[in-house]
Design a protein. Structure first.
Lengths: 391, 166
């Protein structure tokens, strides 16, 4: 029974496909899985938008949406109808074909990333040997669409937003890749299901997730920072800073194209949360060995949902960074620390089992964190600010 | 040659031609991105996953973005008013044809030398990694040194400009 619940979607798929002739089965099962992914994540998107508006509302001491349906739950449906029926305005001097292609390229590239995510035991669309590389390749493609949107609108706010977004995404993509390399070094594979499998062991009922090692914790924190910047979420949402750039690279988009950008942003958030879960939090494995009877897909989506909640919480709490702060943080703190983490990971790999490696690796990382933080603080020279025009 | 091959060839060659023939520089940059994507698809259709994904990651994610950045930061994105063909197009064409001929000759010559494999070799990412740090470690190190030197050079160029501005 437990086994059945765990594999319920896989069994359902096999059962549905078994009614078809054998020659069509492989294609049909792929098609069906794609349809499920393409339907499930936009549904999750609708729910996440509702949760975000409600959560931000509570953080800011408001009620949030509460008119459409119970607790405003049908708000996303109303928003969807609104964006579908709105006029689609394309600026007269805009580069129309590229202006049209930009949101399409974005959504397609983001959806492709879900193909390699293991969402449960045996629940991965394509088990690629180089799955992680595929994911990052698709993530890199979204930068092109951001540029297309920013440039083709022929609007200075769009162009500035696009330039900011690309500069930010390139800077943090380096960190994103390097921090996941340490996981690849330990797991010895680029295939995401195998990375999950490598973490799915228990000692004294506790899991062998990579976050519970010194290098894993450091790598996870760096990965989470870079993921927030990659998805342009607050406090790294400069490319669409409302107070400066109207809406950044999608200022000139309206109606359903705007909705597609919105969808793309949230889907990128889901998929990067999924990758973070897979790399550091054991993917679909349970947090304690006595909880393994709960189906694996529940764990995956619970962890994903937890990431979303943290994203919303951060958005409601932290102020936006300035462009120079963002770049300094990426290149002068996060990147050197990630490089150091690679060395620590190699050390961890070759020191063998035992308590020495725990002490040694933690000490190096802690010392580096403190020293780099202190040096950075001294260089910044924090003093009471005086504003020339305010006094 | 399957229909997939011809489809990919159309994307790649079309993208490359558009990159040369379009008048707007940004359009050319986006067209060459399309050609890169076509090349990546070609690698994937030959079962070379690692090469294909690396092609997307590096050429679309980094090189294409670098190109558009350079265009936007330098001469702007005005559309050319005069003809696309430069005055020295004949010399350029001859050089391109010579390079193509040399490469084509090398490829055609190498075909009989290689062992005739009927089955597709199963090369995993693991094998590529082992080969890179095993047999090909020296080229890898040389490239790493070159890239480090380039990075340091870029930083020095940027620093110099800052001092001059003061």
């Amino acid at each position: 029974m437990i086994e059945k619940m765990d594999q319920i979607f896989v069994l359902l798929l096999h059962w549905l496909v078994s009614y078809l002739p054998a020659s069509l089965q492989a294609a049909a099962s792929t098609l069906l899985s794609v349809v499920v992914i393409v339907c499930l994540f936009p549904a999750l998107f609708a729910f996440a938008v509702w949760m975000e508006r409600k959560g931000l509302g509570r953080i800011q001491n408001r009620l949030g949406p509460n008119r459409v349906g119970p607790f405003g739950l049908f708000q996303p449906i109303a928003d969807g109808i609104k964006s579908l029926t709105k006029e689609d305005v394309v600026p007269l001097i805009a580069d129309a074909p590229i202006h049209f292609l930009a949101p399409v390229v974005l959504v397609v590239a983001v959806f492709m990333g879900f193909a390699v995510l293991p969402m449960g035991r045996n629940m991965v669309l394509v088990d690629m040997d180089a799955g992680l590389l595929f994911y990052f390749a698709m993530g890199a493609t979204t930068e092109v669409s951001v540029f297309m949107a920013g440039w083709s609108s022929r609007n200075k706010y769009s162009l500035l937003g696009g330039m900011r977004a690309i500069a930010q995404m390139i800077s943090y993509e380096v960190v994103l890749l390097l921090s996941s390399v340490s996981v690849v070094m330990i797991a010895g594979t680029l295939s995401l299901p195998k990375i999950v499998e490598a973490q799915n062991h228990y000692t004294w009922g506790l899991p062998h997730w990579y976050i519970f090692t010194p290098w894993g914790l450091a790598g996870f924190v760096m990965f989470a920072i870079a993921a927030t910047a990659e998805t342009n979420r607050s406090p790294f949402d400069l490319p669409e800073g409302e107070s400066e750039l109207v809406a950044g690279y999608f200022t000139e988009y309206s109606g359903f194209k705007f909705a597609l950008f919105f969808l793309g942003e949230y889907l990128a958030m889901f998929s990067i949360s999924g990758i973070a879960t897979t790399l550091f939090l054991g993917g679909w494995s349970a947090p304690f060995s006595f909880l393994t009877w709960i189906p694996s897909w529940i764990w995956f989506f619970a962890k994903l949902e937890m990431f979303i909640i943290v994203f919303i919480w951060m958005r409601g709490t932290l102020p936006r960074l300035r462009q120079d702060q963002l770049m300094n943080f990426a290149w002068k703190f996060v990147l050197p620390f990630t490089l150091l983490n690679l060395f620590v990971t190699a050390l961890w790999r070759f020191m063998g089992e035992g308590w020495e490696r725990w002490v040694f690796c933690s000490a190096i990382l802690l010392a580096a964190y403190v020293v780099m933080g202190r040096v950075g603080m001294n260089r910044e020279n924090f003093r009471p600010r005086s504003y020339r025009y305010a006094e | 040659m399957s229909p997939v091959f011809y489809l990919i060839a159309v994307i790649t060659v079309g993208g490359a031609l558009a990159a040369v023939l379009l008048k707007s520089v940004v359009h050319s940059a986006l067209a060459v991105t399309g050609a890169f994507a076509g090349l990546a698809l070609m690698f994937l259709s030959l079962d070379a996953q690692f090469a294909g994904f690396a092609q997307i990651l590096i050429y679309i994610g980094a090189v294409a973005i670098l190109v558009v950045f350079a265009i936007l930061l330098t001469q702007g994105s005005e559309i050319l008013t005069d003809a696309v063909f430069s005055r020295t197009w004949l010399a350029g064409f001859v050089i391109a044809a010579a390079v193509f001929a040399a490469l084509g000759w090398a490829v055609l010559q190498s075909a009989p030398v290689l062992p005739n494999v009927s089955a597709v070799p199963a090369v995993t990412v693991h094998d590529i990694g082992v080969a890179l740090v095993g047999r090909y470690v020296l080229p890898l190190e040389i490239i790493a040194l070159l890239l480090t030197a380039a990075t340091i050079g870029a930083v020095i160029v940027a620093m110099h400009e800052k001092e001059a501005a003061k």
